[in-house]
Design a protein around this ligand. Structure first.
Ligand SMILES: *Cc1c(COP(=O)(O)O)cnc(C)c1O
Length: 497
């Protein structure tokens, strides 16, 4: 399997190079030349496998330059021992139709762990295969969850350095504490005075700056990315949609006779793109329902065909979705234009220059066929948490609530009653204050009192990783201006500009 850049079909690499470099030279994202398919026999054997085996099977189809031993090492290293009961992605039925894919049983209590527990293995294996012997410097822009999951995945991984930038006022108190107490010798955390898009733009700019690249080269270092622009982040996410389908097969043929819909609370478009790839592989997904919060740039795009980031940015109670530039949409456009690198590059240039672009009618028709986009307000998010608790005795976080709310709108507007898988992307304990407020509780001043109260009131367990933060030592209190990010990076690496 070879990969091309979304902005240059002449940039052709194997998966190891795609993962080791993270992003293509001209700024495009790596995409497989074709999507491997799974047959009914494949699914029958996948059904009886553990998650580790499913991951090896599915990832093996994309990372064909990895040996079976390498795949085995990566999947076992990632998924054995770091998730509750070694079940990274259990499916929980709320009723006959509604299934919640719980993706927050990893070390940082968000779905990012599914990819970021395996990425360090994939990346170090790839770096060896590409064979340049350089130290890998991971730069991360985070809206909260990626940063912690990446730090946890990469801490003390040999020959790597990791640096995380997050928006100073754009993450929850618990997320901030999670990052700033991170252990490990090779980790660094810094807040920026700006929003997530500023952080992401800053990181992308550093990546593609030839001068900085040359400086790193002189010091035998190389940048890579742990954001979902890296194919090594995206591919592992396909696995849990395949896995969810395998688990649904237990419900019998009749249950899935018309397929099932998937709802994803969306920010950077990575998670929902993974669901699209699962569908392209042969998983019988009906509609891909793209759920947004008040930052509803994707809802508008899916409705009109115009992507326009020139709008007000809202800081919401679902901060991991507070994004106006959804990077992975670029891959979707490349797929829907039959890999038209020129057209994709043109749209991305227009996004950069004018903050917007409009796709053609053909792409619009494909988008309409595949997706349904919706969004909900802060009030609806909160009301959905409380309703879901009342109706099912099941507690969801603020991001998952956006998905549930949009799913209800979808059903009301289309009458589509097919079974559904809703991606549950975070533990409610990561956003305890907002969740408490949503269920009508007075929020205590202290973050850990809040967590304890939530546990008492809802009869659910505090995740061990969250409880442990109460006594964790604060290691980082850095803040910088967004213009100074490259200087911060070079300083940390001990490189003089
Ligand atoms: C990152 C994140 C999202 C958004 O996922 P994308 O892949 O960026 O679309 C949603 N919910 C939570 C809890 C997240 O951490």
């Amino acid at each position: 399997m070879l990969y091309n850049s979304t902005r240059d079909n002449n940039a052709t690499v194997e998966s190891a190079a795609a993962i080791a470099h993270g992003i293509s030279k001209e700024g495009g994202l790596f995409v497989p030349q074709s999507v491997p398919t799974l047959t009914a026999e494949d699914f029958a054997s996948l059904k009886t496998m553990s998650y580790v085996e499913r991951a090896k099977y599915v990832l093996g189809k994309f990372l064909t330059d990895f040996t079976a031993e390498e795949m085995d090492y990566c999947a076992k290293g990632a998924y054995l021992g770091s998730f509750d009961n070694d079940l990274p992605a259990p499916l929980k039925a709320l009723d006959d139709k509604v299934n919640i894919l719980e993706l927050w049983h990893g070390p940082t209590c968000a779905f990012k762990d599914l990819a970021l527990q395996i990425l360090p293995y994939l990346l170090t294996t790839s770096a060896k295969k590409v064979g340049d012997g350089k130290k890998t410097v991971i730069l991360v822009a985070t809206s909260g969850d990626t940063g912690k999951a990446a730090l946890e995945g990469f801490k003390d991984v040999k020959d790597t350095e990791i640096m995380v930038f997050y928006p100073n006022d754009g993450v929850s108190a618990m997320q901030q504490l999670q990052m700033n107490t991170q252990k490990g010798e090779n980790v660094y955390v810094c807040a920026i005075n700006g929003n997530f898009d500023d952080a992401q733009t800053g990181v992308k700019t550093i990546f593609t700056d030839d001068g900085i690249k040359a400086l790193l080269e002189e010091n035998n270092m190389e940048f890579s990315s742990a954001n979902s622009i890296n194919w090594g982040r995206l591919a592992p996410q396909i696995v849990y949609y395949v896995s969810a389908y395998c688990d649904l097969l237990d419900k019998g043929e009749d249950y899935l006779k018309d397929g099932f819909n998937v709802v994803v609370p969306t920010g950077n478009f990575g998670n929902i793109l993974a669901a699209y790839y699962a569908k392209a592989m042969g998983v019988p997904v009906g509609k891909l329902i793209c759920a947004s919060n008040s930052n509803n740039v994707l809802t508008d795009f899916l409705g009109t065909g115009t992507y326009d980031r020139n709008r007000k940015f809202f800081t919401t109670i679902s901060p991991s979705m507070d994004i106006l530039i959804s990077s992975n949409l670029e891959r979707m456009l490349y797929e829907l234009t039959d890999h038209n690198d020129k057209l994709v590059a043109q749209w991305q240039n227009s996004l950069k220059a004018e903050g917007k672009y409009t796709v053609n009618d053909e792409v619009m028709a494909s988008l309409k066929e595949l997706f349904w986009g919706g969004y909900c307000t802060e009030e609806q998010t909160a009301a959905t948490i409380s309703e879901t608790l009342d109706k099912y005795g099941y507690l969801i976080d603020t991001h998952t609530a956006v998905a549930v709310s949009v799913y209800n709108d979808y059903k009301a507007s289309t009458g589509d009653e097919r079974p559904v898988v809703i991606a549950s992307t975070a533990s409610p304990y990561k956003f305890a204050n907002s969740v408490l407020e949503a269920i009508g509780q007075q929020v205590p001043e202290n973050e850990f009192d809040a967590v304890k109260l939530l546990s008492e009131k809802t009869d659910t367990q505090i995740p061990a990783a969250i409880a442990a933060l109460e006594t964790a030592v604060l290691r980082f209190e850095n803040v910088c201006e967004k213009e100074d990010m490259s200087k911060v990076v070079l300083d940390r690496l001990g490189i003089k500009a």
